[in-house]
Design a protein around this ligand. Structure first.
Ligand SMILES: [Zn+2]
Length: 40
């Protein structure tokens, strides 16, 4: 995956870009999936 802010290559599952510090939204996406699975 690549940073949406600076285009740096990020490791899969990175929560933020180590180059510019931008959040990738990975944790938020994961939370949404969990909430969906639980049915809340
Ligand atoms: Zn970046």
């Amino acid at each position: 995956m690549y940073c949406k802010q600076c285009g740096a290559q990020l490791p899969d599952g990175a929560n933020y870009c180590p180059n510019c510090g931008a959040s990738t939204g990975f944790l938020r996406n994961l939370l949404c999936v969990l909430v969906y699975m639980i049915g809340a």
